[in-house]
Design a protein around this ligand. Structure first.
Ligand SMILES: *[C@@H]1O[C@H](CO)[C@@H](O)[C@H](O)[C@H]1NC(C)=O
Ligand SMILES: *[C@@H]1O[C@H](CO)[C@@H](O)[C@H](O)[C@H]1NC(C)=O
Ligand SMILES: *[C@@H]1O[C@H](CO)[C@@H](O)[C@H](O)[C@H]1NC(C)=O
Ligand SMILES: *[C@@H]1O[C@H](CO)[C@@H](O)[C@H](O)[C@H]1NC(C)=O
Ligand SMILES: *[C@@H]1O[C@H](CO)[C@@H](O)[C@H](O)[C@H]1NC(C)=O
Ligand SMILES: *[C@@H]1O[C@H](CO)[C@@H](O)[C@H](O)[C@H]1NC(C)=O
Ligand SMILES: *[C@@H]1O[C@H](CO)[C@@H](O)[C@H](O)[C@H]1NC(C)=O
Ligand SMILES: *[C@@H]1O[C@H](CO)[C@@H](O)[C@H](O)[C@H]1NC(C)=O
Length: 439
């Protein structure tokens, strides 16, 4: 038994029951890296403008009242508190009144998925539905995919993948299709890739990658192509190689190697078009090195060292262009440390620690620029805690817990500002439960 297997099995007890495992079937799982390049920043409107005119009389009235109502709508949205601030501003002839509604924060259980799954992928499609695909349960890799419709709150099955897989990558292309690449089906590691077309609801097989990859990472480049790097090749070798999928020709082309072997790392597209890779695992240690990929030359160069090596972390791009790396596992223990990368100077600095150490969590960038971390595993337990990072202060604040503790789940930012939390592993195994989180 490899060091990694022996060591990491202790951290993810719910995976012990999975079928066949070789020394290279790494036991630690990773939610496929789908949120690092395109955090679904979505703005939503609270404002409602009401104009009022009281004939001939100039009135200045400021009314503030608070209404809290509770209701259950089709999408299972639970208790919603509506704060209404009515402000009337007088001019010589008109009174304009502005109403702001602020839903109260918290998580509401919604309909469950058809299948329990963890280490799956989830994307908000251009039609507003959420595609959840692949992953695994306690006995099997999954080929099933399902769609959540936020307007009805209903999950429906959609096309199956040809190759069941987990620890794959999935990326949403600029044409709205989803590309899934690589992964493991419980007995075979693969270089196979498939494309989902939301207009037909079908997956079609597309070109294979140049390498089999598992626990690799993907990122959409500024030109719409897909960069994948690192991972495990299924034959005893961890990879520093990288390749690019041309999203118009569908061809995979080898590009420059990373300087370091990495798996369970992250890739983030910077505002200048370069891609930052942070940390990861090289088969024996968590790496503190980070590199930048330049798509115009196809080469990687070293950039600042992190303060702490880690894998199973998340990486989010902030609205100010800096990159926030959160939590993860350092090879010995889950970590609470959080680091900021400044692309203008190429250095990493520590920022506020989380209240809870965690890995295999999710991080969502909210429309107000704050980062919401949900769930994860702390070395002994799946977590129901969530916390919010304020980039202005560098401080983390614990917010409403989720109804189910979970890790290796997905969190998808809907256009109404709520976050759909789906699946993952909990204290009693693989989850089909879903929740809508109002930040
Ligand atoms: C969120 O937490 C607040 C404060 O504890 C509580 O009043 C509110 O009901 C919670 N929201 C939900 C949806 O549970
Ligand atoms: C796991 O998934 C497989 C394939 O979809 C299915 O046949 C099996 O019933 C599932 N097992 C559990 C425990 O859900
Ligand atoms: C995994 O893939 C291999 C090769 O395609 C296939 O023979 C096997 O049945 C697959 N296993 C599962 C669980 O899908
Ligand atoms: C992608 O493929 C198209 C069609 O073959 C080609 O015209 C284009 O130059 C390629 N783009 C890149 C960035 O490689
Ligand atoms: C992993 O990194 C450590 C520390 O830099 C190094 O000693 C070791 O050789 C690396 N292993 C591989 C397989 O590159
Ligand atoms: C991992 O973090 C734990 C807790 O902070 C610390 O004790 C340990 O030394 C760290 N291990 C490594 C390899 O950095
Ligand atoms: C993990 O979280 C649980 C539940 O909050 C707590 O009881 C336990 O002490 C935590 N374990 C570690 C290692 O932090
Ligand atoms: C979160 O989990 C803790 C145990 O770790 C439990 O005491 C608490 O009630 C849970 N909170 C919710 C909202 O389920």
């Amino acid at each position: 038994m490899s060091f990694e297997l022996a060591h990491m099995t202790a951290h993810l007890p719910h995976q012990r029951d999975f079928v066949k495992r070789t020394d290279n079937d790494r036991t630690v799982s990773k939610t496929p890296n789908k949120k690092h390049c395109f955090s679904s920043l979505s703005s939503f409107w609270f404002g409602l403008l009401i104009g009022g005119l009281t004939g001939g009389i100039i009135l200045a009235v400021i009314l503030t009242f608070y209404i809290t109502s509770s209701y259950e709508n089709a999408s299972g949205t639970g208790a919603i508190g509506i704060t209404t601030v009515n402000t009337a501003v007088s001019t010589s002839s008109t009174i304009i009144s502005t109403t702001t509604t602020t839903p109260l924060p918290g998580s509401t259980v919604v309909n469950s998925m058809n299948y329990a799954r963890a280490q799956h992928s989830a994307f908000v499609l251009t039609n507003g539905k959420v595609l959840v695909t692949a992953g695994r349960n306690s006995s099997s890799a999954l080929s099933s995919s399902e769609l959540y419709d936020p307007s009805t709150g209903i999950w429906t099955l959609t096309g199956n993948l040809d190759f069941a897989r987990y620890k794959h990558t999935a990326s949403i292309l600029t044409n709205g299709k989803i590309l899934t690449a690589g992964g493991y089906n419980g007995s075979v590691y693969t270089s196979k890739t498939e494309l989902y077309d939301p207009s037909t609801g079908l997956w079609t097989i597309t070109n294979v990658m140049n390498s089999i990859r598992y626990t690799h990472t993907a990122c959409i480049l500024a030109n719409g192509n897909v960069l994948v790097s690192g991972g495990y090749n299924g034959g005893g070798t961890n990879l520093k190689s990288a390749e690019v999928y041309n999203s118009s020709s569908g061809v995979w082309a080898v590009t420059g190697d990373m300087l370091y072997i990495r798996r369970l790392h992250t890739l983030t597209l910077l505002s200048d078009g370069r891609v930052l890779t942070a940390s990861g695992y090289n088969g024996s240690v968590a790496l503190d090195t980070t590199e930048l990929y330049d798509p115009s030359t196809g080469t990687w160069t070293l950039t600042g060292k992190m303060n702490y090596g880690r894998y199973y972390h998340t990486e989010s791009i902030l609205t100010n262009g800096k990159v926030l790396v959160i939590g993860g596992h350092n090879g010995t223990a889950p970590v609470d440390s959080v680091e900021l990368y400044d692309p203008s100077v190429g250095t990493w600095t520590l920022t506020g620690k989380m209240n809870y150490a965690r890995y295999c969590h999710t991080a969502s960038v909210l429309s107000n620029g704050k980062i919401l971390v949900i769930g994860g595993y702390n070395g002994t337990t799946a977590l129901n805690t969530t916390e919010l990072y304020d980039p202005a202060t560098g401080v983390w604040t614990v917010t409403n817990s989720t109804n189910y503790a979970r890790y290796c789940h997905t969190a998808s930012m809907l256009s109404n500002g709520k976050i759909l939390i789906a699946g993952g592993m909990g204290s009693s195994g693989y989850l089909n439960t879903a929740e809508l989180y109002q930040p």
